[in-house]
Design a protein around this ligand. Structure first.
Ligand code: ACM
Length: 505
């Protein structure tokens, strides 16, 4: 049985195979052209196959909106010696099926260079495949260390291979602002660059003395959104507020609580005390930035960060105390939920769904989708209260933690180890959840914070194969570790072909 990751819902593999060669043509039903284009694009570098359209081609792509049970992302694939039929109810389902076809071919099909000596045999198969969870994500922090747009395309390609459907892009933080905003050009001009970088964990260690910076253009981000959409991946933008904004305050000090302070883009790690003010100028700033975000990113969800926001500055600020009084809040700490609630309302009025990291989650309105990261108990608590939830618990989904405790393993984010088995053992739905609460758990996602991760090779060493395990558990209901391991052994040949490093680079 071919080793597919993620594991399909139902699959059988009768003997025999279909051979793809230069004569193979595609029979394309209405609305299937984008999927056919993706199939050609993905197979062309290694195979050179033209896969031309033809009304009587043996390889058929069909959309059948009435076909029940396949949902938005499911597909059915039948391969016999004479024919291939890929069928879905929705175009995204075809895109998922194409990734399965890629995995069914010899691993060389994933190569970026011509592989002329290979026979492109597709094993006979009968597959019906529907995801268990509708949110299967991966977060990349490009604020701490910037990565060029071209790399993000490769990153998306690797996600799509694993049927990961949300690419969460962490665009702003204390150490860098990466998204251009026409109304506030200094966000990237000043906020996109820091003078140097601390080498050790929170508040310790030497500085490297080397400037670091970078930001995307609007065109690059629009192109990324389009590229990802062609692969069935939604780009979820995250703009942090009201904390994690030091880079913005370096560019526009009046957005903060002490404009005279002369802040730099942060060069160290940890939680920064400087946060946005709660005056009208700061709220207007957030709304203007988010208008530009909504203009670029069609994602129904918009992430506004929200975590790790020290409130000491608000306690000391006269304008914040006025805000507490005017809003009838009990204390300055309550400004955190108040602030996020106002911005959440703004997003809802604009037809989007606000997403935030859950500190506990109890302070946020129910129209927030929560990413529960701190405490495993928060997922159940948030779902029971009525939030939609993405389970992002740090002990099972944070890929910046080391892959193992072995002495030769490079040190990651300190404090924890998240090994492959731990990721695979992570069920997005808490065991105690009743059907109603379980229904509010959208799924799960991996996070890669990049304080100590500077290169694409290091990103991929930390991401794979752990993201394979998360993809498997979020797509499939299968839980058998040994069975996953044996599939992963075969899948590793695909990752090798793609140049994903097995060893620390
Ligand atoms: C987080 O780890 N700051 C959500």
């Amino acid at each position: 049985m071919p080793a597919l990751i993620p594991r399909p819902t139902q699959a059988s593999f009768p003997p025999g195979h279909f051979t793809l060669d230069h004569r193979t043509t595609l029979r394309l039903g209405p609305g299937t052209e984008p999927a056919a284009d993706l199939l050609r694009t993905l197979l062309a570098p290694a195979t050179g196959l033209p896969l031309r359209p033809s009304p009587d081609g043996p390889f058929a792509l069909t959309l059948d909106p009435a076909s029940t049970g396949l949902g938005d992302e499911g597909y059915a694939l039948t391969v016999t010696p004479d024919a291939v039929l890929l069928r879905a109810a929705h175009p995204t389902g075809l895109l998922r099926g194409i990734q399965t076809i890629r995995q069914l071919l010899p691993a060389q099909a994933l190569s970026g260079t011509p592989q002329p000596a290979t026979d492109w045999l597709l094993p006979c198969a009968e597959i019906t495949d529907v995801p268990r969870h509708r949110w299967r994500g991966a977060m990349l922090d490009v604020a701490r260390h910037f990565q060029p747009a071209a790399y993000l395309h490769r990153y998306v390609d690797l996600l799509a291979l694993h049927k990961i459907n949300v690419f969460h892009l962490h665009l702003t933080d204390d150490q860098g602002w990466r998204m251009p905003v026409a109304a506030y050009p200094k966000l990237t001009e000043i906020g996109g660059h820091r003078a140097e970088t601390q080498q050790g964990p929170d508040g310790t260690g030497p500085y490297d003395g080397t400037p670091h910076g970078g930001s995307y253009t609007r065109t690059e981000l629009a192109e990324l959104v389009r590229y990802a959409a062609e692969r069935g991946v939604s780009v979820l933008p995250e703009i942090e507020m009201p904390g994690h904004v030091r880079a913005a305050l370096a560019a526009y000090p009046s957005l903060g609580n002490s404009p005279e302070a002369g802040l730099d883009v942060w060069t160290r790690w940890g939680v920064c005390d400087t946060v946005l003010g709660v005056h009208d100028e700061a709220l207007d700033f957030c709304r203007t930035v988010l208008e530009e975000v909504m203009d670029l990113f069609p994602s129904p969800y918009i992430h506004i960060g929200g975590e790790e926001c020290p409130t000491a500055e608000w306690t000391r600020s006269a304008s914040a105390r006025q805000r507490v009084a005017a809003e009838g809040l009990p204390h300055a700490q309550a400004l955190h939920g108040w602030f996020l609630g106002r911005i959440g309302d703004f997003l809802v009025r604009n037809g989007r769904r606000p997403v935030a990291w859950a500190e506990t989650g109890a302070e946020l309105p129910l129209d927030f989708t929560l990413m529960t990261w701190r405490d495993a108990a928060h997922t159940l608590a948030a779902a029971r209260r009525g939030h939609l939830v993405v389970n992002a618990h740090h002990r099972t989904t944070y890929l910046d933690y080391a892959r193992s405790a072995a002495p030769d393993e490079p040190s990651g984010q300190p404090g924890n180890v998240v090994d492959l088995r731990t990721v695979h053992g992570h069920d997005p739905v808490p065991a105690e959840a009743d059907a109603e609460a379980a229904g509010r758990v959208l799924g799960t996602q991996a996070q890669l914070w990049t304080e100590f991760v500077t290169t694409p090779e290091h990103i991929e060493y930390l991401t794979y194969p752990r993201l394979c395990a998360l993809a498997d558990r979020s797509w499939s209901a299968a839980t058998d570790w040994a069975e996953f391991r044996s599939r992963l052994d075969e899948h590793t040949a695909r990752l090798d072909t793609l140049g994903v490093p097995r060893r620390h680079p």
